[in-house]
Design a protein around this ligand. Structure first.
Ligand code: FAD
Length: 274
């Protein structure tokens, strides 16, 4: 449980962090809250030679009202997302889901940017921001670019981020009063989801994101296409497994996860409609 040896440098700004990552090459990694990276390092599943600590880049910790969306700095902690009045008013699904990430210690250290950049299909916030149609802003040595959440997740713990790019901002469309629900099925309170569902439905359409139903967070387009075609909630929920590829583990078999996905999508859509 002791990580391999590594060097440590602390960055004071995004620009400095990107320059340090470029200088140290592909074996360097950003360290944000450390709540996903450090456990992997302790198991020696990750062995970066250099950690570039971005945890104190305070100008990337913010939640701002910007026209039709809310802009969230990548270094914003889960606890700040959970307790944000702005998000509670305009993107309540995200604020609520953040309150279900781990326990208070995890939420005080972990960052929304770290959660998304880590691209773990079992994490809650990637699927939630995917369902909400978020855009991620990433910064590299040559400037910034925007990546739609739907194009970001490319494989297990693999994203569209280049090794020398940093996620700097998450832009989440305002929900404009749409109904929503977050269903997280877990063995014990504060555990990771065995399966999770984030759903919203309003005048502007609907979105459903699935947690832990494949190697990436999944947008359940079979469900939303069925709803758009006039299907009932019960019939739409039957499409929950389209495009999924869940794995079996100590908590659940593949069939149980597929069963859960249908049940939780039905519950989520029913709650959102209510
Ligand atoms: C006990 C425990 C329980 C947990 N339970 C849950 C849970 O129920 N649900 C859930 O969703 N999560 C859970 N988590 C994970 C937690 O949410 C993490 O905080 C989060 O997944 C990673 O955020 P971090 O800031 O800690 O990132 P780090 O661990 O610091 O980094 C994770 C990865 O992302 C990269 N990275 C970080 N920030 C950036 C950036 N801005 N740009 C580019 N790359 C970056 C790092 O290099 C690293 O590869 C749990 C963690 C623990 C320890």
């Amino acid at each position: 449980m002791i990580p391999a040896a590594f060097d440590y440098v602390r960055a004071g700004s995004a620009e400095e962090a990107i320059s340090l990552i470029g200088e140290h090459g592909e074996d360097a990694k950003f360290l944000a809250g450390g709540h996903s990276l450090i456990p992997l390092m302790k198991l020696r599943l990750a062995q970066p030679t250099v950690l570039v600590d971005i945890g104190r880049v305070s100008d990337l910790s913010y939640i701002n009202d910007v026209d039709d969306h809310v802009a969230i700095g990548a270094l914003t902690r889960h606890m700040d997302v959970e307790t944000s009045e702005l998000l509670t008013e305009h993107v309540p699904l995200l604020a609520h889901a953040a309150s279900h990430v781990g326990d208070p210690q995890v939420r005080h250290r972990g960052t929304i940017g770290g959660s998304i950049a880590h691209a773990d299909p079992a994490s809650d916030l990637p699927a939630v921001t995917l369902a909400l149609g978020a855009t991620y802003v990433v910064q590299g040595a040559d400037g910034t670019r925007e990546i739609a959440a739907g194009d970001f997740y490319q494989g297990f713990l693999t994203s569209a981020l280049e090794p020398d790019e940093m996620l700097v901002e998450i832009r989440v469309p305002k929900m404009n009063g749409a109904g929503w629900s977050f269903q997280k099925f877990q063995r014990r309170a504060q555990d990771w989801a065995i399966v999770g569902v984030a759903a919203w439905q309003g005048a502007q359409g609907a979105g459903v994101g699935l947690v832990n139903m494949g190697s990436v967070p999944i947008l359940a387009t079979g469900v939303t296409d069925a709803l758009a075609g006039g299907a009932s909630i019960e019939d739409a929920a039957e499409q929950a497994n389209e495009g999924t590829d869940p794995q079996s583990d100590i908590n659940a078999s593949i069939d149980y996860r597929k069963h859960l996905a249908k049940v939780l999508v039905r519950r989520a859509l029913t709650e959102a409609a209510a």
